[in-house]
Each structure stands twice: as C-alpha cells, then as structure tokens.
Design a protein around this ligand. Structure first.
Ligand code: HEC
Ligand code: HEC
Length: 232
C-alpha cells in the first residue's frame, strides 16, 4: 500500500513540475490549427513592455530602420509575424551561415521567455498605426505588373495584400530594400533552405522567374504602386 502511495506521489510531483515548465522552443508550433485563439490570447499591455527589446532596431512605432536593416513591423499581419518569430526561435529562419541579419534577429527572438510572449508582442503590434514606407527603387512598372500578376499574385493576392490561406504574407507595406533583400535571400537559398522551412522553400523556385536585377526591381516597383494606391 505504501508503495502505491509512493508511486502516486512521484507521478503527482512529475505532473506538477511538467505543467509549470515552459514549452521547449522546439515544441512551439508556428502553424497552429487554432492560430486565431493563440493570437487572441496575447495582451497588448504585456506586449508593449516586451516590445522595448525590439524598438531599438524596429523603431518605437514599428516603423523600421533602414540603417539597422530592420524592416517595418506595423504593417504585417499577426499570423505572419507569429510564424516568423517561432521560425526565428527554432532557427528555421536565420540559421544559414550567410544570413547574418537573420541570425541577428534569431538571437533577439530567442531572448523572449516563451511563445506566449510572442503572442503578447503580436497583440501590441496590432494596436500600432500603419507605418508609412518610403521607396527608392525604380523599375518598369508595366513589366513588373505582368510578372506579378502571372507569378506572385496567385499566392500573395492580386493587390499584394497577402493571403492567409496560402500562407503568403502581405507585400505592400514592406520597404523596397527589405523586399529586395528577401528576394535575393530566397534566390540564393539563404532563406527557405532549412529542411523544416516548408513555406519559405516555396519561394525558392519562384525566384528563378526573376532572372536578373532588372526583373527584381520591376516587380518591386509594381508592388510599391499597390501600396501607393492606398490598398493597405
Ligand atoms: C539588433 C536589431 C534587432 C532587434 C533588437 C530586433 N530585430 Fe527583428 N529584425 C532585425 C533584422 C535586421 C531583420 C531582418 C532579417 C532579414 O533580413 O531576414 C529583422 C526581422 C524581423 C521580422 C521579420 C519581418 C518579415 O517581414 O519577415 C520580425 C517579425 C521581427 N524582426 C520582429 C522582431 C521582434 C518582435 C523583436 C523584439 C523581440 C525584434 N524583431 C528585435 C533586427 C532586429
Ligand atoms: C506558391 C506561392 C507563392 C508564390 C507564387 C510567390 N510567393 Fe512569395 N512567399 C510565399 C510564402 C508562403 C511566403 C512566406 C515564407 C515564410 O513564411 O517564410 C512568401 C514570402 C515572400 C517574401 C518575404 C516577405 C517578408 O515579409 O519577409 C517576399 C518578399 C515574397 N514572398 C515575394 C514574392 C514575389 C516577388 C513573388 C513573385 C515573383 C512571389 N513572392 C511568389 C509564397 C509564394
């Protein structure tokens, strides 16, 4: 009988400990069947405090900082930010030796205690006003439109607003320099080559359809017109 109580005690202690323990980073789920409730569980007040860690690079209003290579966050959709943060935490994004900026960001994502902290930050980002992004890339908008509508639009949406069902993020509202860097990163397999980066990997073959720098600038120039048309 004593042995029975002893075993029960061990089990209870074990359960008690494990329920208090944070979920290890490796078990955090980026694509959750219940992503809406994960996102809704965040508190924007907690997120505001945590965002102090991010504002240094991304700006207090999430407006981005070109000098620090940190993109605007205020215009991004919550589901996409959540996924990227978990990917950075798990080193699914930012682990390629050539990805120095992604590596820097992954280190920042890992200072957060748990995935709940990510939900808090996402909740806070939602309260931010839209960031105004300036652009400097010049390209042939007509050519860019043709590429965009025949290749990119099927996933990212006809006006570059993104499509959650396709897991493809909003592109209007991103800075041109950031879009260009990501395109080049995908093209050179610096982003999207981690075996677990199934969604990033979708982008790599698409980039073959942008054969040179000019084609890249053309498509970006077109994406920027969707933003200027106020469709954000
Ligand atoms: C030391 C500067 C620095 C700090 C601090 C920092 N970031 Fe970043 N972040 C970056 C850089 C640089 C990139 C671009 C990485 C790339 O080019 O792939 C980035 C990218 C991102 C992205 C991806 C955006 C996209 O469109 O895919 C998200 C989301 C993000 N950061 C959120 C955060 C959050 C939340 C925090 C605070 C916990 C934070 N960052 C702290 C530098 C920083
Ligand atoms: C088959 C669907 C698909 C097509 C077609 C596609 N993309 Fe994507 N794209 C994605 C997905 C999914 C992601 C998100 C990857 C991730 O989660 O890391 C993405 C991410 C991106 C990003 C990174 C955004 C950010 O905030 O970091 C850029 C830039 C981008 N795509 C541009 C393009 C352009 C330009 C084209 C056309 C030449 C294109 N994509 C075609 C699915 C697609």
């Amino acid at each position: 009988m004593t042995k029975y109580y002893f075993t029960l005690l061990i089990i209870l202690v074990f359960l008690g400990c494990s329920s208090k323990k944070d979920t290890p980073i490796s078990k955090e789920t980026p694509i959750n069947s219940n992503i809406e409730s994960v996102l809704l569980s965040g508190s924007s007040e907690e997120g505001k405090l945590l965002f102090a860690n991010c504002a240094v690079c991304h700006g207090t209003l999430g407006e981005g900082n070109v000098k620090l290579n940190a993109p605007a966050l205020a215009n991004l959709d919550s589901w996409y930010v959540y996924r990227q943060m978990i990917n950075f935490r798990k080193e699914i994004r930012g682990s390629s030796p050539q990805d120095t900026l992604g590596f820097q960001m992954a280190a920042m994502a890992k200072i957060l205690k748990d995935s709940m902290s990510v939900s808090h930050i996402v909740a806070y980002l939602k309260t931010m006003p839209q960031a105004i992004v300036t652009s400097s890339i010049k390209g042939d908008i007509t050519k860019g439109k043709l590429t965009y509508q025949t290749v990119c639009g099927s996933c990212h949406g006809p006006s570059a607003k993104g499509n959650e069902k396709m897991n493809a993020p909003r592109l209007n509202g991103l800075e041109d320099w950031y879009i260009k860097r990501q395109i080049l990163n995908f093209k050179n397999s610096i982003r999207g080559s981690h075996p677990k980066d199934i969604l990033g990997a979708q982008m790599i073959p698409m980039m073959a359809l942008l054969p040179d720098d000019q084609a890249i600038d053309d498509v970006i120039a077109y994406i920027l017109t969707t933003e200027h048309s106020g469709s954000l």
